[in-house]
Design a protein around this ligand. Sequence first.
Ligand SMILES: [Zn+2]
Length: 491
Amino acid sequence: MKPKYRSLACFFLLSSLALAQHPAHHKKSAKAAPVARPKADPALAIHQSALIIDTHADTPQRFLDENFDLGQDTPVSDGHIDLGKIKQGNLGAEFFSIWVEPEFKGHYAKRAMDLIDSVYQQAARHPDKMAMAFSADDIVRAHDQHKFAALMGIEGGHAIENDPRLLRDFYRLGVRYMTLTWSNTNEWADSSGDIQDPNVKHHNGMSDFGKDVVREMNRLGMIVDISHVSDATFYQALLISQAPVIASHSSSRELTNQPRNMTDDMLRAMTNNGGVVMVNFYSAFIDENYRKASSDPEKVKQRDAEVEAYKKAHAHPDGSPVTYDEYAPIEKKWAAQFPRPPLKSLIDHIDHIAKVAGIDHVGLGSDFDGVTSLPEGIDSAADLPRITQALLQRGYTREQIHKILGGNFLRVMREVEATARRLQSERKESAALSFEDIELMVGNRVGPAQLIDRITKHGVDFALTPERRTALKAQKADDAVLDAIAKARRK
Ligand SMILES: [Zn+2]
């Protein structure tokens, strides 16, 4: 039975794209004993041996608003991602976007929580096929177990409701990147989406609070994502961030003149920062003809009017906003009037960014399930092998392609994690001890000599009130320790 299966697989290997649709065979045959076989499709071999990471998909809205289950096979007209397509495309890890529509004003965090929950629900339903992941090691572990790794990134800093505590909570819930803004400028960072709008209050980039958000993200180990932000926000974020940043889903402005795409100067700044630009697949961001056609003001007006009319007609009785998922069919129908760009346009963007920023600074940020048009040949995640094939045809090596498909992002994620560890330990070193620190150490039976040494070295940031003295005595703190605290405070 096995040999029969193998020869069938080899037969398919001869025809490249036919097999691209059936990569499931390949993983098994690759593990089997080395037998001389007909010339394998090199593109497919490269694709199937890669750990492929995509950093932006808007599927959580489908989970939450449509009750979509990732195990369902869906026509590509309905969605770009499901477990079948993930397997066909050999997608190893996806960052599911926690995108909070600005219409949810007053309930941003709640909306983000609901989307986060929807991702966990999917992982719980398909434990044999997918796993939640929170670190670079988690991604690699899931891949080794032949499981799809699900990660989360918040899209739009307004989700933290101007509160660093919420930022920390989102980190604790597993969110590993945050796009500083979506298309809307928030109260601390400017967006490229409305930078020309005089009615919007801008910050010349970021406010002081916004800069602190970036610093806190560095400390937590949450990747700073500069997709969507204004140019000034971008340059400030790079100046402040101590860790490499990402553009989770952005393409090149030199090739397609879209304000949320990145100029060559920005690409070079990404090289210096050590970050990675994950190329967006959306037709209007990768093809100048499509962008021009689809930005025709009359046509845009007509679409917006249709969407508004739909929202009015389908208003929710509880007053909650009509979500993108509900009116997406209108946008998809509208987008279909413009011919899809060739796959070449997408590959041109990858190629351009690889040339300007460098091969170590480019990756994939599809925007699957969040866009209404994709280039020819890319109907869903199942078609990712076509990108590998096109890159190989352009002369990219196996090693370079693996970097683009996921290696570069994985490196950046590891660097962000290392920076967080460094910042956390540095702060502990420099800060004076709080009462809670000492209480914790006394409770944990840290010896008096060691405690006194720490107290003398770091100092304390509290006064030893009678209540605190009693509390420490109750935990059997040594008298010499209490003396050291009293002395440290006087210094
Ligand atoms: Zn986006």
